[in-house]
Design a binder for this molecule. Structure first.
Ligand code: PDD
Length: 288
């Protein structure tokens, strides 16, 4: 048994549904050798995948960025997700999808003769953030962003993100807030939001951050709640003086960051803009 991976549900690997301990990939898989692949993390509530179309659109963009051939059309991906969900007894869970360039002799360049991409899908046990986290908020530390310059690709080359997250764990906080050249980028596996003077701010969508599926969603929720939203470079000083800070991701949904580098953010409690966005998020899930 692998903790957190339901042993009773089956994973998908290259056309087959298998038990997780039966699914094996070659040691020459370029995902294993080079981190040459992409992934998606789709949250599922009561059997309903949330923002599936947006996740699959991003999967298409990631594959195109790496010039990996699409293994499935849209219906094929939806069918795979449905088949995975049918093979688990979990109703609220995570669908993880991964595509690598496939198996080839170790050589940095792309294989000169086409190889079949490795396609993997699994269901992971997951529960939405508990009430205590929603009500109390999270703690974070600021760190320099030392990752590469293609953070817009949802690549499985996640070493920079792994090392960043470990810094949070070592500092006994929940997440890092990364800065590059004095400007906010994102968390280790989350987008970061700033509230300043009644406005919701997020860093621009460019190669320095992953455009989270919740990036678009929070923009929509802000518009619905009449909260002005601006996407622009945000200096470290603005983050330090923010009225509110938040993070978002498929697994964390939207949560307040109430302490940064040991100092309270604003009032030190989840703020009113967070409360409005959180309510909007909950309403979208309830409407699924
Ligand atoms: N991470 N930025 C990074 C670097 C991320 O890894 C993620 C998501 C996000 C938020 O994206 P979304 O709203 O689509 O989840 C931003 C996922 C959850 C993960 O790697 O597990």
């Amino acid at each position: 048994m692998i903790p957190g991976v339901p042993g009773e549900s089956q994973v998908y690997l290259n056309g087959e549904f298998l038990r997780v301990d039966e699914a094996k990939v070659s040691v020459l898989d370029r995902g294993f050798i080079f981190g040459d692949g992409i992934y998606e993390v789709v949250p599922v509530y009561q059997g309903n995948a949330f923002r599936m179309a947006e996740h699959l659109n991003r999967l298409d963009r990631s594959l195109a960025a790496l010039r990996i051939a699409q293994p499935f059309d849209r219906e094929g991906w939806i069918d795979l997700i449905q088949q995975l969900l049918a093979r688990t007894n979990l109703e609220t869970c995570i669908v993880y999808l991964q595509v690598t360039r496939g198996v080839a002799k170790r050589d940095h360049q792309f294989p000169s003769t086409p190889v079949a991409p490795t396609v993997f899908g699994m269901i992971s046990a997951w529960a939405p953030p508990p009430a205590a986290q929603r009500e109390r908020g999270l703690a974070a530390i600021s760190i320099p962003d030392e990752r590469w310059l293609h953070c817009e690709i949802k690549s499985v080359s996640l070493l920079g993100n792994v090392l960043a997250k470990q810094q949070a764990v070592d500092a006994q906080v929940d997440e890092v807030v990364q800065f590059r050249d004095g400007y906010l980028t994102e968390g280790s596996s989350t987008n970061i939001w700033v509230v300043s003077g009644g406005k919701l701010l997020a860093p621009p969508k460019n190669n320095l951050i992953l455009e989270g599926i919740r990036y678009g969603l929070l923009g929509e929720l802000a518009a619905e709640a009449g909260i002005p939203f601006e996407s622009r470079p945000i200096s470290q000083q603005e983050v330090e003086q923010a009225d509110e800070l938040m993070l978002s991701s498929a697994t964390k949904e939207v949560l307040a960051i109430v302490s940064l580098d040991g100092k309270p953010v604003g009032s030190g409690k989840p703020g009113p803009v967070f409360a409005q966005l959180r309510a909007g998020y909950d309403a979208r899930i309830a409407a699924l």
